[in-house]
Design a protein around this ligand. Sequence first.
Ligand code: NI
Length: 255
Amino acid sequence: MIVDTHAHLNTPDFHDDLDEVLARARQFGVTKTIVIGMNESANHQAIEMARNHDMLFASVGVHPADVDHETTAHLKHLVREKEVVAIGECGIDLYWRKDNLDTQRRVFIEQIELAVQTGLPLIIHTRNSFPEAYACLLPYRGRVKGVFHCFSAGLDDARRALDLGFHIGIGGPVTFPKSYELTRVVRETDLSWLLVETDSPYLAPHPYRGKRNEPGYTIHVATAIAAIKGISVEEVARQTTHNAHQLFQLGGNKT
Ligand code: NI
């Protein structure tokens, strides 16, 4: 059993063959997947998909790429839905844009506060922006939990994330041949703080790199982690599934 903790199944890429994608995921042992919202319409779609499929759960948030034309006002209603297990993805992205950092920061902090109020975990996106996101979270240390999804920062930042009490989400890049720093992060981080994910349809693992990603490919991420840590893939699956169930309360909320 494996949980894909991060998939954008609510994008047009999966419009035509979602049922086949989910059937393939189950064949690979991926029994639960969290569908990630990024804006109001994608958030509604994520909840709708979770309602229609037992194996799907929803996360609702406003992504840093959407902060100029979206607000967080709608989230306070959506977080009450029983399919919603997290807030996000949210965070800060300084790869695409730096000029609206103040807005990114404000919208991220609004979602941190909502996480504190609701007790829901945060699913955090950072890109070239770990220090900025960390600075937003630090005042809330001990009152909020979550995951830095598709972690791409270095070992020092991984330790800061762990010190905040956050998990580290590992995605397809761990299977790439030159992922030296991420390999170090995986090796040095206790398995009880790792989650596995795909970020479908993006970031497909080797040998699907450049193609559409899908939840079943989480098995390749788990296999890479097992190789780095010198343990069995079953052990990686068992522990990361346990971690995901603990953090997101999967199963309890929906049924
Ligand atoms: Ni994502």
